[in-house]
Design a protein around this ligand. Structure first.
Ligand SMILES: [Zn+2]
Ligand SMILES: [Zn+2]
Ligand SMILES: [Zn+2]
Length: 462
């Protein structure tokens, strides 16, 4: 609604002629009520939810059929059929009709309260841009904390798990969530305009851009030509995809727009580590020529040394009170280990101890065959170490500083309280950091006892 009856009246009040855009706006909105203008959002949201993800549907179908775009898909193993994507759209539309639309209809008083204007003059480009920046920053910060709350036990089980049904999100899944989540996440979106209210057009633009941003973020594709890559600290599709990929247990990448909240509050550590690792692992080659025997051996030595050193410290940490009670206790159920018990552990331990195994190949990537060999040897080594048998003809006894079955068996024998023999492969870490003292005393004592027994035994047959 514009409080002037004619264009002449309006330009008289402004003290200047109307711009072309202002004339257009006058012609369009002069006779329309503010409520009616506000409700345009319903149409905009419907169009955006329906049309913006549509190109992604064609991209996904083309990819499934021919492998095109495969290299831009963030989780290329996941394929969505047309009916999968249509089901998502149908669910989102249901939510739109039942929740988003009615919310728009009844939230008008709040728009009146914060005094969003709809008249003339139109806002300058600078005003629009400044307000949009503020809205995005406020949205991002507030959304971060609401989203973190959703990842509490209660919030996740009752509400947020629905949004996480997609471990590999698609464009249509951006607003796919529990109705309570849709309502609650309306707050961060509305907070910016409440703090810095502007023109109705800015408000429309904000709602539209925020939804388009969410669709891009959930697209599942990381296109190199995406313009948002130019925005500083912008998260984007690959960033939020990781949050869905990790799933319900995810304590990483909560932010909806930018990356700085996760950085400041330390909730992007896992993501940054994995990204670096993957980037370096990308150096693993699979073609010809095959690696020389020298290269394979050199790399395996490096892998074993890195594994041993990193594993030592993680294992030591797993023996702190918290780490032991929550995680490592499971592996120590065997006080006298057997071969099959070597990977017997809490799932978190299995994940965590994947790091030392992948770190070597990430630092010194080689041929895929070397990688296979490494994974196999590492597992065989762990099985030997947990075998429970100290066979005298074991060839690994020829490897210098090699721990072996008897060495790690002692760690299990002492059990949870054990502060001894943490190393997984070699003995030198425990020696340097002084965590083999108990073991060495124990071994010496056993030897003395054995020698004494031998002497006594010898005398017996005198
Ligand atoms: Zn989440
Ligand atoms: Zn999401
Ligand atoms: Zn242990």
């Amino acid at each position: 609604m514009i409080p002037y009856a004619t264009i002449e009246e309006a330009s008289l009040a402004l003290g200047r002629n109307l711009t072309t855009l202002e004339t257009l706006w006058f012609d369009y909105s002069a006779t329309k009520s503010d409520y009616y203008l506000y409700c345009h959002n319903i149409l905009f949201l419907f169009l955006i939810f329906s049309l913006v993800p549509l190109p992604l549907v064609f991209v996904e179908l083309a990819r499934s059929a021919s492998g095109w775009f495969d290299r831009y898909k963030i989780q290329p193993k996941v394929k969505n059929s047309f009916s999968d994507m249509f089901r998502c759209y149908r669910d989102v539309m249901k939510m739109f009709i039942l929740v988003v639309g009615p919310l728009q209809l009844v939230s008008y008083p709040s728009i009146q309260m914060i005094e969003i204007r709809s008249g003339l003059p139109l806002p300058s480009f600078g005003e629009i841009a400044a307000q949009l920046v503020v809205y995005f920053l406020v949205e991002d910060y507030t959304n971060y904390w609401v989203h973190r709350f959703f990842h509490s036990k209660w919030g996740y089980e009752k509400i947020h798990h629905i949004h996480h049904e997609y471990t590999a999100p698609i464009g249509y899944a951006a607003p796919y969530a529990h109705w309570a989540e849709v309502l609650l996440l309306g707050v961060p979106t509305f907070l910016g305009p409440a703090i810095a209210p502007g023109h109705m057009i800015t408000f429309w633009l904000w709602i539209a851009l925020r939804q388009i941003e969410a669709i891009e973020t959930h697209s599942g594709y990381d296109f190199p030509w995406t313009l948002t890559k130019f925005i500083p600290f912008y998260g984007g599709a690959e960033y939020h995809d990781y949050h869905h990929y990790v799933g319900g247990q995810s304590q990483s990448n909560f932010a909806s727009v930018f990356t700085y909240c996760d950085y400041i509050y330390g909730t992007d550590k896992g993501y940054r580590f994995q990204k670096k690792l993957l980037q370096q692992m990308a150096g693993i080659r699979s073609g010809l020529p095959l690696p020389s025997l020298m290269e394979i051996v050199a790399q395996l030595v490096v892998y074993f040394l890195i594994e041993d050193y990193t594993n030592y410290w993680i294992h030591r940490w797993l023996h702190c009170k918290w780490g032991y009670e929550k995680i490592h206790r499971v592996h120590h159920e065997y006080t006298s280990p057997i071969g099959y018990a070597s990977p017997y552990a809490h799932w978190a331990e299995v994940l965590l101890l994947g790091i030392p195994t992948f770190l070597g190949p990430a630092i010194a990537p080689g041929h895929i065959m070397t990688f296979w060999l490494w994974i196999s040897l590492r597992q065989m080594e762990a099985i030997e170490t947990h075998s429970g048998y100290d066979l005298p003809w074991t060839l690994t006894k020829l490897v210098p500083f090699y721990g072996g079955a008897e060495y790690h068996d002692y760690h299990h024998y002492v059990g949870g309280k054990s502060q001894s023999n943490f190393a997984s492969v070699f003995t030198y870490c425990d020696y340097i950091y002084g965590t083999d003292k108990g073991y060495r005393v124990h071994k010496k004592l056993l030897q003395q006892i054995k020698e004494e027994a031998d002497q006594k035994g010898g005398r017996k047959y005198d």
